[in-house]
Every structure is written in C-alpha cells, then in structure tokens.
Write a protein that binds this ligand. Structure first.
Ligand SMILES: [Zn+2]
Length: 232
C-alpha cells in the first residue's frame, strides 16, 4: 500500500467512525431508569437539601431534552406529602427537577381519601419506594387548629373539616405556651399523618412485602434545613 492509498483509507475510516456516532440512538429515559431504593432516595433528598441550604442548587432535570424524555413516562423516586404553603416548594427545597418527585400538597399535609389514593398510585403503579410526609415551621393550618375555638364559628364547613383532621395533633400539647404548642403540634401533625398512612391496608402491604418506607420530616423555614425522622 502506497502513502496515497493509506491516506485515503484513513480518511474513509474517519468518516465512517464519525457517522457511527452521528447515527447512534440516544438512550431513552426508560433505558437509563433504575428503581431507586428508599435509603438512596433519602440520601438524594438530603444531598439536594444540603445544596439548597448552601446556596449551591444545581436545578437538575430542567433541560428540554430531559423533559422530552418524560413525555410518555415518569419514574419519580420519592413521594412528598407536604403543605400547600407558598413558602414550602419541595422541588426547590430538595433541589430536584422534572420527573423526580411525586408531590401531593394540601394545607396542613393532612391525610384524606384522595391523598391516600394519590400516594397509592405512585407506590403501586410508578414503583416509588419512599413516601415522605413533610411538615414545616410556622404552619398556618396547624396554627388554625391551635386557635380553632376563636375561628370555628366563622369558617366555611370545609375549612372546619380540615382543621378537625389536625386537631388530634394539638390535643396532645394543650395548656402550654402558645408558640410552644404550635411548634409541638406541627411535629405531632406529621407523626399523625405518617401513622394514618401506615394504617392503610394497601400501603401496609407495600411496607411489609417491599422496600417501601414512609417517613416523617420537618422543614425549618428559617434555616432551610429538612430533618428526617425514620422512627415515626
Ligand atoms: Zn403549613
């Protein structure tokens, strides 16, 4: 082989090599997906919250290509039941993006039939392994339950119903300083929601037969830090 033939051969090989990359299929979201176990999910949430607290959020999974991969499927790796409060946005607090969290927000992060159904959907159909109930400091819904005797007669029946769901969490700590009562009631209210979820037959099965976990947590509005309580 003379030098001219060798140069031509290398040029052709180079073009073929480049073409092989240009035509290689892009891996789909599903091909790259692996079930995230509950311990890993807690670690990912903790790491994301640490970035948020440090002011180093990376805002992952927002690009057009990522969202395009999600058009026909989703595999969220954590369910978040938290308050509707505008100061408690889960994706920002945990520095997560599209498709990561299955979020249910309702004032006072209470548990009712529709909330249970939404969580069951994520656990049973989307194979999400971690369910987190997240309360927060200065919760207006819990404060309303603490002050319910002042407002009960003026509130619409639906608000009264919601406050009644929180009331058992307040009853534990009545008679103490008001601010302390609110703080402790917020913690009790998370524990109450965790307990109610663990009593749901379908979720009980998931806890016993699979790696599913239901845990409580608390978001401190001042520091931005979320603490988990896996013993609830
Ligand atoms: Zn709240």
């Amino acid at each position: 082989m003379n030098i001219t033939t060798l140069v031509k051969c290398l040029a052709v090989c180079g073009i073929l090599f480049a073409l092989s990359f240009a035509t290689a299929p892009t891996p789909s979201y599903h091909e790259g997906f692996q079930t995230v176990d509950s311990d890993t999910a807690i670690r990912l949430l903790t790491e994301g919250n640490s970035r948020f607290v440090a002011g180093e959020s990376i805002h992952p999974h927002e690009a057009f290509s990522w969202r395009a991969n999600l058009e026909n499927e989703q595999h969220p790796w954590a369910v978040l039941l938290t308050c509707s409060d505008s100061r408690v946005p889960p994706e920002l607090i945990f520095d997560q993006g599209f498709g990561d969290l299955f979020v249910i927000r309702v004032a006072g992060n209470i548990v009712d039939t529709d909330v249970i159904a939404s969580i069951e959907y994520a656990v049973d159909y989307l194979d999400t392994q971690l369910v987190v109930v997240m309360g927060h400091t200065h919760c207006g819904a819990v404060t309303a339950a603490v002050d319910s005797e002042k407002h009960a007669s003026h509130d619409p029946v639906e608000i009264t119903s919601l406050v009644h769901r929180i009331q058992p969490a307040v009853n534990f700590v009545e008679g103490e300083d008001r601010n302390e009562t609110i703080k402790r009631s917020v913690v009790n209210n998370v524990a109450l929601s965790v307990k109610r979820l663990k009593e749901v037959a379908d979720l009980q099965r998931a806890l016993e037969q699979r790696d599913v976990k239901i845990v409580g947590s608390m978001y401190d509005m001042h520091t931005g830090i979320v603490t988990f309580d896996e013993n609830q």
